[in-house]
Design a protein around this ligand. Sequence first.
Ligand SMILES: O=C(CO)COP(=O)(O)O
Length: 266
Amino acid sequence: MPNFANIGARFKGDPLSERHSRQRLVVGNWKMNGSLAENASLLNGITAHWQGAEGVETALCPPYVYLSQAAEALSGGPIKLGAQTVSEYSNGAYTGEVSGAMLADLGCRYVIVGHNERRRMQGETSDRVAEKFHAAQQAGLTPILCVGESEQERDAGMALETIGHQLLVVVKRVGLEAFARAVVAYEPVWAVGTGKTASPEQAEEVHRFIRAELGELGARTQILYGGSVKPGNAEQLFALPDIDGALLGGASLNADDFVAICRAAA
Ligand SMILES: O=C(CO)COP(=O)(O)O
C-alpha cells in the first residue's frame, strides 16, 4: 500500500498483538437533535439499562446548549461528555463560537473535530480542522478527528489518498506525537446517515491504513468507525482487528440501540 502521506515510520508490528492495549470506545454524536424533555428521557433510558456495557469507554456529544443538562445527568457515572465541535480560537470577539476551555469547564473530555457535515456544510477546511484539533488539546480535551472519503473519491480509487491528506494536514500542524492523546474516526461520507455501511473489508482496509500512517503511534491510537452503525452490524465491525469502537449518529438517539452497541463493544 503506498504511503501517500509519508507521515511517519511505518508501523512494523502486528496490530492484533497490540489489541489488548487499546480500550474500546463508543461515542454518540447527537448532531442537531433533542430537546430538554427528549434528552432527559434518552439519558434516563441509557443510564437505567447500562448493565452489561461496563467494560467500554463511552461518551455522548449533545448540542452545546444541552451540555450542562447532560453533564448533570451523567455526573459520577461511567459515560463521559463530549462536544461536536470547538472554536480554533481561545477567547475573544468570535460571536457564536465556543472555546475548548469553555467545554473543559463544563466537564467535556472529548470533542469531535472535522466531522464531514462541518467540512461540507460549514466550510471547514483541513487547515481549520487542524487548528481545532490543536485548540482542543491545548484545553486538555481529547479530539476525535473525523476523516473519510466521498462516494466520488471512493469510486475514483482515491479513498486512501483523501484520508492520508486529511491526516497529513493535522500531523503537520500538531506533530505525530499529538496522536498519543487523540482518537481518529473513519467516517466514509457515503455511509453517514444513509443506511449504507462500509463492508468489513472496506472498513478494515482504511483502519489499517490509518494505523500505518500514524507510524509507531498507530498501534496505540483508538480508531473508530462511523457510518450507519446499528445493533445489527456492530458486532461484526468490532470483531475486526483494527476497529476499536464506533462513532454513532442515529443509533445514539435511541437508548436501546445505544446500549446494545456499547454492550457489543464491551
Ligand atoms: O456521522 C455519524 C457520527 O458522527 C454517523 O451517523 P449515522 O450513524 O447516523 O450514520
